[in-house]
Write a new protein. Structure first.
Length: 256
């Protein structure tokens, strides 16, 4: 299987603190950002290079620089933004894509509600980020969507993975390398990674969307809302004020 476990001592140490149920939301968020820097270092290790003629204070030289177009970080909303933040600190010139998916708590299948990516994504390295590779439904769906838009050079980064998720993901997308901080024991009956660290989105302080009722997300594709009319449309079930509020929140997440 095309899987790399980034088992650096600092990654292990920080991950242990994140797993602790007593760790605060603020500390959890900070640690995820710090680990994302270390994961980003590993996933970008084999990027293509070229040289550029420069002058140092002492003499001219042919110095190494990254080759080709800037890479793309594709965040699986919303918890993917926890990894995205740290990676953008390391590669601030990277382009950003957002893929809105949620897991139906009954079927465990991924449901799409938003997609936005650079038009020339086929010409760029795309690094997909999502903290958990559990059932792999969301990860597989995200890669499917990106490939449908032309992406052909992809890598997937997560914080934790389950053996079941790795097996499903590598069967669906054997050409996409997986980078993770740890592979845990198994999935429980609810589809959570064990021993894991709980619900990553919840521990980041992300508690769902308007229109959620009785524990289920209620999103539906369709009605254009403002700038959403320029790309895939999204309608949020609920009154229009709720829809406007959610569009504003998505904007603050840095969506294109």
């Amino acid at each position: 299987m095309n899987v790399t476990v980034v088992d650096h001592p600092l990654v292990k140490h920080k991950l242990t603190i994140m797993r602790d149920k007593e760790t605060s939301t603020g500390s959890f968020r900070r640690l995820l950002k710090e680990i994302s820097l270390l994961l980003c270092y590993e996933v970008t290790r084999n990027m293509e290079m070229t040289t550029k003629r420069i002058e140092t204070p002492l003499e001219p030289m042919d110095a190494p620089i990254l080759d080709g177009k800037k890479l793309v970080f594709a965040s699986v909303l919303r918890s993917g933004n926890g990894l995205l933040e740290g990676m953008l600190e390391l590669v601030p010139s990277a382009r950003v894509a957002h893929i809105g998916l949620y897991r139906d708590h009954d079927t465990l299948e991924a449901v799409e509600y938003y997609f936005k990516a650079p038009e020339d994504i086929a010409d760029r390295l795309v690094i997909v980020v999502d903290p958990m590779l559990a059932t792999a439904n969301s990860a597989i769906a995200a890669i499917d969507k990106l490939k449908q838009r032309g992406a052909n050079n992809l890598r997937f980064v997560c914080l934790l993975a389950a053996p079941e998720g790795i097996e499903r993901f590598t069967k669906a997308h054997p050409d996409v390398p997986v980078f993770t901080a740890a592979i845990d024991s198994h999935l429980n009956e609810r589809g959570y990674i064990v021993p894991g660290l709980g619900d990553a989105g919840g521990r980041l302080g992300q508690f769902g969307f308007p229109g959620r009722a009785q524990g289920h997300f209620a999103w539906q594709r369709g009605e254009p809302l403002g700038d959403f009319g320029k790309g895939p449309a999204v309608a949020i079930l609920g009154n229009r004020d709720e829809k406007r509020n959610e569009v504003g929140r998505l904007g603050r997440l840095g969506l294109p």
